[in-house]
Structure formats: C-alpha cells, structure tokens
Design a protein around this ligand. Structure first.
Ligand code: ZN
Length: 132
C-alpha cells in the first residue's frame, strides 16, 4: 500500500472543497488569476510596502563559464526581505494558486506528487543543463 503524502492529502481536500468553479474553463482561468494575484502581492510589497526592492539590469553571460561561477554572478534583481505582513499575503496567494493547480490535476486525473516527482527526476537527470 502506498503511503499517503501531504500532497495527496492536499489534492484530496481540494477535490472535496471545490464546489464552485468545477468546470475545466473555470479552473484554468482561476489558476491563471491566482497566479496573477501572487505576482500582484509581490509587486505591492515593492510599490506599497517597500520591504523589498527590484533593481533590474542586464545580466552578462560570458561565452564560457562554470555553473558555480554563474550562480555566484547572476543577479536576482531583488533586494530586501518580505516583511511579516507581505510574507503572509504572498503565502496565502501561493496557497490559492496551489489550490487551483491541484484542482486542475484532479480534473485531468493527475497526481500532484507525481507531477513534482517527474519534474524532480528531470532536474536530477539534466542538472545545470536544465537551465530555464
Ligand atoms: Zn512588506
């Protein structure tokens, strides 16, 4: 018997609780909307709270480099740390986004843990060559 993981429990709970927006069209639009709300919460942390700042600039990629050197040189463009208030909001919005991802998995009869396991296997196989 397979052990029930946290992700499986979460996915099951989503299935039990999702009464509205059960259609595929509703789920994919709510998934996209919830993703936009994660981005909006992060943008408000910059523009309204100010606990984090974004300093964008061009990334310079040399013609040859080692992965370790590259990781130490690339800039996230992000400065500061989310304050507790913004962190709560971002976590909440990410949770809603995961809710709709789990709902989409349920509709397509996919297991969220298997989606993550498959991605993890790709990361392990391709390592640094899996750059995105
Ligand atoms: Zn903040």
């Amino acid at each position: 018997m397979e052990e029930d993981s946290t992700l499986q429990s979460f996915q099951q709970k989503v299935s039990e609780l999702l009464l509205r927006h059960r259609s595929f069209l509703d789920i994919i639009s709510k998934f996209q909307e919830s993703n936009a709300r994660v981005n909006r919460a992060l943008i408000k942390a910059v523009t309204e709270c100010g606990c984090i700042q974004v300093h964008g600039e061009r990334q310079n990629f040399p013609s040859s480099f080692s992965p370790a050197w590259l990781a130490s040189q690339l800039n996230t463009h992000l400065h500061g740390d989310l304050c507790d208030h913004c962190l709560d909001i971002v976590r909440s919005e990410m949770g809603k986004n995961l809710f709709y991802l789990a709902a989409l998995c349920n509709l397509l009869e996919l297991r969220l843990d298997q989606v993550i396991d498959q991605e993890m296997a790709k990361l392990r196989t391709f390592g640094i060559f899996n750059l995105r």
